[in-house]
Write a protein that binds this ligand. Structure first.
Ligand code: HGY
Ligand code: MN
Ligand code: MN
Ligand code: MN
Length: 410
C-alpha cells in the first residue's frame, strides 16, 4: 500500500479533544476511572462514532468494547488493535485512549478510501486497564485471555465496596458476549511511551519488542491504636513507623536493582488516622517491575526480609501478592511489520522495552502481538500534565494504519 495513504490527523486530534472533556480536571488532565459516569460518556461516544461509520459494536460480559470492520474473508482470523479508555485518578489525556481513538481513525480512513482488507479488523476498548479503581490492572484483558476468571474479576471491589459487576450494570455495560479470546492473526497496541526516551533522542516512534514483568503486593501492618499523650514511646506498637521502615526498604530495593528495576509504594491508608492516636494499622501497596524474572524473585525476597524485621516493633504482618506476570517478549513477526511500515513511512525508529504494563502484555499470550510507542512530553504520564504533539499523534496513527494493513492482508 502506498506510503501516501495517511490518516486524517486533524480529525484524530479532535476526537482526543472530545475525550479530554470526559472527566476533565481543572489542571487539564482527566479523572475517568473505570466504569464511572465519565467512562460511560467515553464508551457511549465511541459506540456512536463506530456505528455512525457503519461498524458493528459489541460488548462482552466484562464490558470490553469490540468494534469490527469486516474484511473480505471473515473466516480468516482477525487482526486486533486497541487499548483502554479508563484513566488514573488524576491522569493524562492520552494514556490508553490515544490507542483506541487512533484505531478508530484508521478504520475511518480505510472506509473513506474504500480500502478492503482480507481479514477483519477488530478495535477494542479494554475495561479497567489501569487497576486504579479495581485492582489488579489489565483486569478485563486478563479475563479475555484467560489470566483471571470472569467470576474473580466481576467480584473485585473498589474502595467504596462496589463490585465490577455492579459498576458494569450501573452504566449499562454488562454485555452478553463471552469474555473469551477468539483466534487472532496478530495484535498491535499503539500507546504513548510514558517515558522520556523518544522525545529526548528525537526519534519518531518506538518499536516495543518486550515489556517488564510486574508484581503487586497488598500489605497490612497491625500494631495497637493508643493514646498519643499517655503511651510511653517504648510501649508503642506504632504501625506507621513500621510502614515507614518498609517504604524506605522498598525504595532501597528499587535502587539496588537499578537501572531496570522499579519499586513503588503507591498507596497507604492508616487507621484510625487521627492526630492524637498512635496508628494501629496501615494498609499499603508495593509493586516491583523488572525485565528479568530472576531479579523480580530477588526483589520479592528482599521485601519479605524487610517485613520480617517488624517483629521487633511487635507488629503483625499480612502480605499478599495480587498480581504477577513474567517479563514479556513480543512477537518478532509483528515487530517486523511495524519496523517495515515505519521505514516505508520515513519515520525514525528505535527498539524499546516497556516499563509500563499494557493490555498487549496479556494479548501476547493468545496471539502474535507487538506495540508501537509515540513520544510524550518529558515522559510525563499518570499525571495531569501528560502531553503529546499533534504531529506525534498523526505519526503513530499512520504507522498503525500501515502495520494493520500489512498484517490484515497476509
Ligand atoms: O501501571 C501500568 O504500567 C499501566 O499504566 N497500567
Ligand atoms: Mn495505558
Ligand atoms: Mn496507565
Ligand atoms: Mn505476519
Amino acid at each position: 500500500m502506498s506510503a501516501d495513504l495517511r490518516v486524517n490527523g486533524e480529525r484524530l486530534w479532535q476526537t482526543l479533544r472530545t475525550f479530554a472533556t470526559f472527566g476533565a480536571t481543572p489542571a487539564g488532565g482527566v479523572t475517568r476511572l473505570a466504569l464511572s459516569a465519565e467512562d460511560r460518556q467515553g464508551r457511549d461516544t465511541l459506540c456512536h462514532w463506530a456505528t455512525e461509520a457503519g461498524f458493528h459494536c459489541e460488548i462482552d460480559e466484562i464490558g470490553n468494547q469490540f468494534i469490527r470492520r469486516p474484511g473480505r474473508n471473515p473466516q480468516l482470523a482477525a487482526v486486533m488493535t486497541g487499548s483502554h479508555g479508563d484513566s488514573q485518578p488524576l491522569g493524562g489525556n492520552y494514556d490508553g485512549i490515544y490507542g483506541v481513538l487512533a484505531g478508530l481513525e484508521v478504520l475511518r480512513t480505510l472506509n473513506e478510501r474504500g480500502i478492503e482488507t482480507e481479514r477483519d479488523l477488530l478495535l477494542v476498548n479494554w475495561t479497567n486497564e489501569e487497576g486504579a479503581r479495581f485492582a489488579p490492572a489489565m483486569l478485563a484483558s486478563g479475563v479475555w485471555t484467560g489470566v483471571f476468571s470472569r467470576e474473580y474479576a466481576l467480584a473485585r471491589r473498589d474502595g467504596d465496596g462496589i463490585s465490577v459487576d455492579e459498576a458494569l450494570r450501573a452504566i449499562g455495560y454488562r454485555g452478553t458476549a463471552a469474555a473469551r479470546a477468539i483466534p487472532l492473526h496478530a495484535c498491535f497496541e499503539l500507546h504513548i511511551e510514558q517515558g522520556p526516551i523518544l522525545e529526548e533522542t528525537g526519534i519518531d516512534v518506538g518499536i516495543v519488542r518486550a515489556a517488564m514483568g510486574q508484581r503487586w503486593f497488598e500489605i497490612t501492618l497491625t500494631g495497637f491504636a493508643a493514646h498519643a499523650g499517655t503511651t510511653p514511646m517504648d510501649l508503642r506498637q506504632d504501625a506507621l513507623c513500621g510502614f515507614a521502615e518498609v517504604a524506605l526498604a522498598v525504595e532501597r530495593i528499587g535502587r539496588q536493582f537499578a537501572d531496570d528495576g522499579r519499586a513503588t509504594v503507591g498507596m497507604a491508608q492508616l487507621t484510625p488516622n487521627s492526630r492524637n492516636v498512635v496508628p494501629g494499622r496501615v494498609f499499603f501497596t508495593v509493586e516491583f517491575r523488572h525485565p528479568d524474572a530472576n531479579a523480580l524473585d530477588r526483589m520479592e525476597a528482599a521485601l519479605h526480609a524487610a517485613l520480617a524485621t517488624l517483629g521487633e516493633r511487635r507488629l503483625t504482618v499480612s502480605a499478599g501478592k495480587i498480581f504477577d506476570y513474567a517479563p514479556i517478549a513480543f512477537d518478532p513477526g509483528c515487530v517486523a511489520h511495524i519496523e517495515h511500515a515505519a521505514g516505508a513511512l520515513g519515520l525514525t525508529q528505535r527498539s524499546m522495552v516497556s516499563g509500563a504494563g499494557h493490555d498487549a502484555c496479556y494479548l501476547n499470550r493468545v496471539a502474535p502481538t507487538a506495540m508501537i510507542f509515540i513520544p510524550c512530553e518529558k515522559g510525563i504520564s499518570h499525571n495531569e500534565a501528560e502531553n503529546i504533539l499533534p504531529a506525534w499523534s498523526t505519526n503513530g496513527a499512520d504507522l498503525l494504519l500501515h502495520t494493520l494493513l500489512a498484517a490484515a492482508n497476509e
